[in-house]
Design a protein around this ligand. Structure first.
Ligand code: ADP
Ligand code: MG
Length: 350
């Protein structure tokens, strides 16, 4: 029988607090890449170049051409709960990917972090942090925008290191993150390079142009292949302030697994049971049970209609009105499929 002596309560020091919080935000290299790309997009970047070595373990670098960080703000950028994105008074009205102000602080706690930034019309400056402790801000040469580099991820937490997959497994997860974010941002150009040996580009999409639907179709053709785009129909529906857009593959282009299901809420890639279920239900009458629909769907609404604050990694969401969200997806898909001549045998009404 284990007896626990009553102990004295002591506050944790900052380094420990950061390391614990970091565990929630940075599970693996792909989660770091996601946070860094989202920061670039929040900064209005139109060009995002990601480089990783050893599946992200040895090095992750994200370079963008966004608005940059003022030199005097660099120490704040690395401190917890400091953000330029919300003022804290309206957590229901978030229009950016970030808002918790903990990604960079967490990365600084789990690796060797350096942030080099140059806002328009300013000189570039760099800050480096190790084990959560930021060093001084130094002037350097640099291009407009921001370069964040994370080296030796989890060097201070060997337990975490042990849980990582093989280099290939981690690289796959990183690639998946870049592809998903690129789907939602067709006007930005993305590249992913593997610098493990000789630098090698593993993924790249050019910035798309044209109206949103054309740009999206071109982007999805670039990422999922022209075959997907040629066999998919546009989805466009609205219900009580929730908007559904995207491309849904014809039933004939269904897959043996759910690999080609990409769901986004307000531009965020999500893995959401409710939406996945609705996607299935939308195809129910036109697909046999062992087939899986392929679709890229975007649900957009006022930020107050959906809570993205469920988990720090933010891949889950909670709709204020889940039944409406489900109904929108089911009926939007059915209508689009019916319009393409795949009228379900039963009723189309939802
Ligand atoms: P959050 O994104 O939740 O605000 P982060 O820790 O990810 O928190 O970033 C902290 C702050 O650093 C951001 O609010 C932003 O002002 C700044 N920042 C981080 N990355 C970039 C970037 N790539 N370009 C411009 N500013 C950035
Ligand atoms: Mg962020």
């Amino acid at each position: 029988k284990i007896r626990i002596e009553p102990g004295r309560i002591r506050p944790l020091d900052d380094a420990a607090i950061n390391r614990i919080a970091a565990g929630e935000v940075v599970e693996r290299p792909a989660s770091a890449v996601k946070e860094l790309i989202e920061n670039a997009l929040d900064a209005g970047a139109r060009r995002i170049d990601v480089t990783v070595a050893d599946g992200g373990r040895r090095m992750i670098r994200v370079a963008d051409d966004g608005s940059g960080i003022a030199a005097e703000d660099l120490p704040l950028a690395l401190s917890r709960h400091a953000t330029s994105k919300i003022d804290g008074s309206d957590l229901l009205n978030i229009h950016t990917f970030g808002f918790r102000g903990e990604a960079l602080a967490s990365l600084a706690a789990v690796g060797r972090l350096s942030v080099t930034s140059r806002p328009e019309g300013c000189d570039a400056a760099r800050i480096e942090a190790q084990g959560g402790a930021p060093g001084p801000v130094r002037p350097v040469a640099g291009r407009p925008g921001t370069v964040v580099e994370l080296r030796d991820l989890f060097y201070a937490t060997p337990a975490r290191l042990k849980f990582l997959r093989t280099e290939r497994g981690e690289m796959q997860a990183v690639t998946d993150v870049v592809r998903r974010l690129a789907m939602a941002e067709p006007y930005a150009r993305f590249s992913l390079s593997d610098a493990t040996d000789a630098p090698r580009e593993v993924f790249a999409v050019a910035a798309e142009t044209g109206d949103p639907r054309d740009a999206l179709t071109a982007r999805l053709a670039a990422i999922l292949g022209p075959d997907f785009a040629a066999n998919a129909i546009a989805v466009d529906a609205e219900r009580e302030g929730l908007h559904l857009t995207g491309l849904a593959a014809l039933p004939t282009w269904s897959r043996g697994s759910a690999v080609h299901q990409y769901l986004f809420v307000n531009g965020r890639p999500v893995r959401d049971k409710l939406l996945t279920g609705a996607l299935r239900a939308g195809y129910m009458d036109v697909l046999s049970r062992d087939r899986h629909p392929a679709a890229v769907l975007f649900v957009d609404c006022e930020p107050a209609m959906v809570d993205v604050n469920v988990h720090p990694a933010k891949s889950e969401v909670r709709f204020r009105d889940p039944a409406t969200a489900r109904g929108l997806v089911v009926s939007g898909l059915r209508r689009a499929l019916a319009g393409a001549g795949h009228r379900a045998s039963s009723t189309v009404a939802e």
